[in-house]
Structures are given as C-alpha cells and as structure tokens.
Design a protein. Structure first.
Length: 76
C-alpha cells in the first residue's frame, strides 16, 4: 500500500484523542497510530497501543462584534 507522504498530497488531517486531552496532526501521531489513521474514517482505535482518536467536530465561527447588526429597527 503505497501512499504519498502527507506533504506531497497536501492533506494534513487533525486527530483528537477521544479523551479530549490532545490534538495532533496526522504526521505527529505515534508511528503505530499513523498506520491506522491512513485508512480510518472519522475515528479509530490503534491495534498496537490502544489509543483512540477521532476527527474534530466542525465548529461554527463566532459572530464579529464589529459587523452590522441585522436587527430590524422601528418594529415593535
């Protein structure tokens, strides 16, 4: 199973420990976990060391306090 190095493919996935203590790039995972991550979907558990990882949940950007308010004026 030949896969291009992460830098060549341009994909840098982030994984978060299911315990919520650590977030790392795929390239920074321990080598045993990195092998499991290549074929993983949204989460995986490493067969070698037992560590469990998941993709981060998508977040909504916060509203900017300096943008105009969309509130309607004059309606009461």
């Amino acid at each position: 199973m030949d896969q291009p190095p992460l830098r060549e493919s341009g994909v840098m996935r982030i994984w978060i420990s299911t315990l919520g203590e650590e977030a790392v790039y795929e390239a920074d995972l321990p080598s045993c976990c990195r092998k499991e991550a290549r074929g993983a979907g949204d989460s995986f558990e490493c067969i070698s060391c037992g560590a469990a990882w998941q993709k981060p949940l998508p977040t909504e950007p916060e509203e900017c306090a300096f943008t105009e308010s969309r509130e309607q004026k004059g309606a009461a």
